[in-house]
Design a protein around this ligand. Structure first.
Ligand code: UD1
Ligand code: CA
Length: 450
């Protein structure tokens, strides 16, 4: 039997934030979400999250997470005190307890697997994950012999100068024999610099205690302040970009681009500098993105070109070209081979294949048929101040420059709208529609009298 407990009750004082530390975002997911993901593949029988500081906020952020038990730690008197809160919910439980710090978000799932294997193979009372760090400051130091037996963990602030020279650090990830841990938890004392109950002190009370040194120390980075948050973000971004480069994506200036875990690319995608992909976003094979794009929650089919544009909640079919300086907002669906040019905004609209809107337009709540040419400065006036209305433009129609289509309105197929028109009534297929004052010319105009 395996239980997993995540410590997430701390305030995160060093973060200097109104947001609880474990809810700080890292490449689009919160720290605690990342920790949960890192252990989900182990299939634990119980998953317990220890909450305290802003408990409700942490709890509601994870309301969708099935099978998670929330355990309240009030007040928050240290990591040992946090785990003491499990004595009641885990009474009668027998098996391993994997304890994860809620602020150690870069762990690879395989590393936790190895830790569990090592623990089961050695029959130890506790097996902890350690890292050898060039700069170990801030971390608890682990004192172990060459055979891997751990005698004690001493927190950085409680270390002597000599102890601080030890670069073997505690990652804050432990696999305990629960019954043995439960027996020593009540014996913890607060005789340390912070006057707290430290989980790390249980290690000296449990025998045998062994450790597993992680191969890539970057995995065990703990996040206590914004500096470490930024360092972890950089590490994670590097991991993501390297993964996609191995899968056949070219980044012209990788370090200038950011991705989310849920960004997926086809082969031969080229990503120019300063492109950012967020949320669940798919970029099809052979797309050319950037420079200078923000693409979130969007799906791009193969061979799409996007330049200096913002896409959010858009679906773009193959061969489209977007930008420079276009914005595709929520509910935009472009059919194949559409061309959306500079200073064009599209929202909640479906454009069939081959639609061209090359300059200075707003298409909101519109259905635009195939091959329509949207003239420069065409506006769908979709909002009457209370409600939004739809505009329908039939296939093959052309709107002249500076057309205003006041919705609700339907233009049939093959309609031509004269430049500068404001249309408020439907137009049947095949017609030419004017909606503007007739031009007048005063010949030999002398100007106003002097
Ligand atoms: C802890 C370890 C340290 C280790 C480091 C790794 C202890 C005493 N020290 O130090 O040896 O090197 O992690 O990153 O455990 N928390 C609670 N309740 C509390 C206090 C903390 O749930 O009362 C949670 C926090 O929300 C956080 C985690 O425990 O997710 C770690 O707490 P933190 O204060 O960051 O411990 P460190 O000082 O980093
Ligand atoms: Ca920490």
């Amino acid at each position: 039997m395996l239980a997993v407990a995540i410590l997430a009750a701390g305030k995160g004082t060093r973060m200097k934030s109104d947001l609880p530390k474990v809810l700080q975002p890292l490449a689009g997911a919160t720290l605690v979400e990342r920790v949960l993901r890192s252990c989900s593949h182990l299939g634990p029988q119980r998953q317990l999250l220890i909450v305290g500081h802003q408990a409700e906020r942490v709890r509601s952020s994870l309301a969708d997470h099935a099978g998670l038990e929330f355990v309240l730690q009030e007040p928050q008197n240290g990591t040992g005190h946090a785990v003491q809160q499990l004595l009641e919910p885990l009474a009668g439980f027998s098996g391993e307890l994997l304890v994860l710090n809620g602020d150690v978000p870069l762990l690879r799932p395989e590393t936790l697997e190895q830790l569990l294997e090592r623990h089961r193979a050695s029959g130890a009372a506790v097996t902890l994950l350690t890292a050898r760090l060039a700069d170990p400051s801030g971390y608890g130091r682990v004192f172990a012999d060459d055979a891997g037996n751990v005698s004690a963990i001493v927190e950085h602030r409680d270390c002597s100068a000599e102890q601080r020279a030890n670069t073997l650090t505690n990652a804050g990830i432990y696999c305990f024999n629960w019954q043995k841990l439960a027996a020593v938890l009540p014996q913890l004392r607060t005789d340390n610099d912070q006057g707290e109950l430290y989980l790390t002190d249980t290690v000296a009370m449990l025998r045998p205690a062994v450790h597993l040194e992680v191969a890539d120390p970057g995995e065990t980075n703990g996040i206590n302040d914004r500096l470490q948050l930024a360092q972890c973000e950089a590490l994670l971004q590097q991991r993501l970009r390297e993964h996609w480069m191995r899968e056949g994506v070219s980044f012209i200036d990788p370090a200038s681009c950011t991705l989310s875990d849920d960004t997926h690319f086809g082969r031969d995608v080229v990503v120019e500098p300063q492109c950012h992909f967020r949320g669940s976003t798919t970029v099809g094979a052979g797309c050319h993105i950037g420079p200078g794009c923000l693409i979130e929650e969007s799906t791009l089919a193969a061979g799409v070109r996007v330049l200096h544009s913002v896409l959010s909640g858009a679906t773009v079919a193959e061969g489209c070209s977007v930008g420079p300086f276009a914005q595709l907002r929520n509910g935009t669906e472009l059919g194949p081979e559409c061309r959306i040019g500079n200073f064009v905004e599209v929202k909640n609209s479906r454009l069939e294949s081959g639609v061209k809107a090359n300059h200075l337009s707003y298409l909101g709540d519109a259905d635009v048929g195939s091959g329509v040419n949207v003239g420069a400065g065409t506006i769908t006036a979709n909002y009457d101040g209370v409600r939004k209305h739809r505009t329908v433009i039939g296939a093959g129609s052309k709107t002249g420059a500076n057309s205003v289509l006041v919705a609700p309105i339907q233009l049939g197929e093959g309609v031509t709208v004269a430049a500068g028109s404001t249309l408020t009534q439907d137009v049947p297929s095949g017609s030419l529609a004017f909606g503007r004052a007739r031009q007048q010319v005063k010949a030999d105009w002398k100007g106003p009298a002097a």
